[in-house]
Ligand binder design. Structure first.
Ligand SMILES: NC(=O)c1ccc[n+]([C@@H]2O[C@H](COP(=O)([O-])OP(=O)(O)OC[C@H]3O[C@@H](n4cnc5c(N)ncnc54)[C@H](O)[C@@H]3O)[C@@H](O)[C@H]2O)c1
Length: 267
């Protein structure tokens, strides 16, 4: 269990979309926040420090990890990158970040996994974290790799973790699919805070969605984490209609991963 007053928390990918939202929330309660990213961050609060690092630079990761109690790993290359970049950042980079954390004695890891870890399940199947992974892309495959490392870390090294299978993180829903998969800024902040404070998550995999009326997943491990979503994409259906987005027709995608489940990999 991470104590916001005492323990040092490292946020990777801190300059990214989710990283920025997390900073805004975490810095109100966590006294010792270290941020890292390949991009610079200059608008630091008094309880934040920044150390630049590329996840491809293991020596830099070891320096960044020194004295850290908990890691929130949000670094990531988006799925539209070529496979070499995805491997370097989302596979090798995850391996090096987690190994640097293990070497530094980190006891808790919160990991940005993705709904694309189960993206090839037919949409009629209410996927739970207990189902075997069925990634829809190399991006999703590397997310499963991270989850698998964390299971191993718990079983062999007693490092506890929460892998969040993030749906569609945006300020607001964007299309019909996101009426099922949306994750709001304040709900990701809640999920990460609960993942840090939980007394004993083991190696927990949690569906990272808001409380959407049209969720296509089930048994998301929310009760285990103590997560009660604040937002529901349904309240934005009318807004999407007003933008001319078809939100009332037949469900557009037959797999959980949406377009990822059909588009070719970028070589
Ligand atoms: N946004 C979503 O809907 C969504 C959905 C599922 C999973 N995720 C995952 O959540 C995490 C955060 O997503 P996001 O939307 O904030 O992405 P983002 O692209 O906005 O942020 C990722 C951050 O990683 C940093 N980064 C990239 N390559 C790096 C490298 N080589 N070394 C160090 N830092 C590097 C970038 O500079 C960026 O600030 C990612 O791992 C992503 O795969 C996001």
């Amino acid at each position: 269990m991470i104590d916001p007053a005492r323990h040092r928390v490292l946020l990777t990918g801190a300059a990214g979309e989710i990283g920025q939202a997390l900073r805004a929330s975490l810095r109100a309660t966590y006294k010792h926040l270290r941020l890292t990213d390949i991009r610079p961050i200059t608008d630091l609060a008094p309880n934040e420090t920044f150390m630049a690092a590329d996840v491809a630079d293991r020596a830099a990761l070891d320096r960044v990890m020194h004295g850290v109690d908990a890691l929130i790993h949000m670094t990531g290359a988006p799925a539209d990158h070529d496979l070499e970049t995805l491997f370097r950042v989302n596979a090798r980079g995850v391996y090096d970040t987690f190994e640097a954390a293990r070497g530094a004695g980190v006891r808790r890891i919160v990991y940005a996994s993705s709904n694309h870890a189960h993206g090839l399940y037919p949409i009629e199947i209410p996927v739970t974290p207990a189902h075997p992974a069925r990634p829809d892309s190399m991006y999703g495959t590397f997310k499963v790799w991270g989850e698998t490392m964390l299971q191993y870390y718990f079983d062999r090294h007693a490092i506890q973790s929460v892998s969040l299978r993030i749906g569609t993180y945006r300020p607001l829903p964007i299309d019909q699919r996101s009426l099922a998969t949306w994750l709001s800024p304040r709900d990701i902040c809640q999920l990460v805070d609960l993942s840090l404070r939980h007394a004993g998550p083991g190696a927990l995999v949690v569906q990272g969605y808001s409380g959407n009326t049209h969720l296509k997943v089930a048994d998301p491990n929310w009760a285990r984490l103590g997560y009660v979503p604040l937002d529901n994409a349904e309240q934005y259906r009318e807004m999407l209609r007003g933008q001319g987005i078809d939100v009332d027709g037949a469900w557009e995608y037959d797999r959980h991963g949406g377009s990822f489940a059909v588009q070719p990999e970028k070589q």
